[in-house]
Design a protein around this ligand. Structure first.
Ligand SMILES: Cc1ncc(COP(=O)(O)O)c(C=O)c1O
Length: 400
């Protein structure tokens, strides 16, 4: 029997590439517009008091149709049966999760190596509110298990971790969390759903800075938490509504469009990262390079088992011989197409100095303990030509 134009084939689960384009997006019923409209309206007229919320929306701090489309998309891509909650930034996502699960007197087991802002939120803001944190090495699930206390209410992982790329075995840590009855949130910003979907490996929540690969064009900031259950998703929406940190319809619209090419971009970025890592590993001026696609990566077996599609991400890092001075000289002199700045995961290739930029607010001893030295160079590969990128970085090293 032939299908009907405009309907989806029944009983066939769409592949990720198809979901990237279509998940959550339906042509506009009135106009046929193929893109989700930006519904730029604070409020939504109700048909009667009795029919309040019958059409799903009342006030755009609580819910908005453009944001709802993005939430459906993120939930579909992350394999999140409970749905997703999209907020203003990745940090808003982190703060929403922490405030939803952690009250005064509670304890959280959190990775000792994460994005600097996550560390700051825990160490400064939530500690001040009476929450205690154990910052531990998530490379070993037994260490995570040993850190759990009777009052532990959240386990917070990040994989690959920003900026050291240490990996968390999501399946193992989720099993530890489940056995203890504690929810596990995994910040999988560096993974993207193309490479790893934590909820499918047992995590309760996947956190994304949408600013990174989902947007991927350095255009917007945004964040999301995808949930395994409806109950968790509702809790997160409740707290997001209190914080008033919903993402704007404009930003949601951009991310809806940009995320369609995330798979194409990410695969190309991973290919370039592999080539850049191999050049660095063979260069005499490089002291150490870490990339999960290299045989020398300390957690190579876990990388191969956990990362899908034979890819290992677009992020890597290295240190040059000569320490801080030489590392900084390279960052200060590298030529285009490279740019020296913050952010990652976008079309432009970027070098970052975490000690001064993304991780400056960590306590110096905590930063050095996890290996973020002053000359540490973080690399985010974009979508420019691989050979151009390798050549420019190699020239920067040759000239040191
Ligand atoms: C892994 C990770 N999580 C969360 C964030 C915070 O995201 P945002 O900058 O969108 O607030 C970042 C930012 O760099 C990040 O790298």
């Amino acid at each position: 029997m032939s299908g009907e134009c405009g309907t989806w084939p029944e009983g066939k689960e769409m592949a990720l590439e198809t979901k990237l384009v279509h998940q959550g997006i339906n042509p506009d019923k009135e106009t046929g517009a193929i893109l989700t409209p930006i519904v730029q309206s604070t409020t939504f007229i109700q048909d009667s008091v009795e029919k309040y919320l019958d059409r799903g929306f009342s006030y755009s701090r609580t819910a908005n149709p453009t944001v709802a489309a993005l939430e459906a998309k993120v939930a579909g891509l992350e394999g999140a049966a409970g749905g997703a909650c999209c907020v203003a930034t990745g940090m808003a996502a982190t703060v929403t999760v922490m405030s939803a699960f952690l009250k005064a007197g509670d304890h959280c087991v959190i990775t000792e190596c994460s994005y600097g802002g996550t560390n700051r939120a825990a160490r400064v803001m939530f500690s001040d509110l009476g929450v205690t944190f154990s910052f531990v090495d998530f490379r070993d699930p037994e260490v995570v298990k040993a850190a759990i206390r009777p009052n532990t209410k959240l386990i917070f992982s990040e994989t690959p971790a920003n900026p050291t790329l240490t990996l968390t075995d999501i399946r193992a840590v989720s099993a530890v969390a489940k056995a203890a009855g504690v929810p596990h949130v995994c910040d999988a910003t560096f993974s993207t759903p193309i490479m790893t979907r934590p909820i499918e490996l047992g995590a309760d929540m996947t956190l994304q800075s949408l600013t990174k690969f989902y947007d991927g064009h350095n255009v917007t900031v945004g964040g999301a938490v995808a949930s395994a259950t409806k109950e968790i998703n509702e809790k997160l929406h409740f707290y997001s509504n209190i914080h008033g940190n919903i993402i704007s319809p404009q930003a949601a619209f951009y991310i809806l469009q940009h995320s369609k090419t995330m798979g194409l971009r990410f695969r190309q970025q991973c290919k370039t990262a592999q080539a850049v890592a191999e050049m660095l590993e063979s260069h005499e001026k490089v002291d150490i390079v870490r990339y999960p696609g290299l045989a020398s990566f300390p957690q190579k077996a876990l990388a191969d088992a956990q990362h899908g599609n034979g890819i290992h991400g677009s992020m890597l890092w290295f240190e040059v011989k000569g320490g801080t001075e030489a590392g900084r000289k390279l960052m200060n002199s590298v030529q285009r197409p490279w740019s020296l700045c913050e952010n990652l995961g976008a079309t432009e290739s970027i070098l970052t100095c975490p000690a001064v930029m993304t991780h400056a607010n960590m306590l110096k001893e905590d930063r050095l303990k996890v290996g973020i030295t002053d000359g540490f160079v973080r690399v985010s590969c974009g979508v420019e030509n691989t050979d151009d990128l390798v050549a420019a970085l190699k020239k920067g090293l040759d000239d040191l």
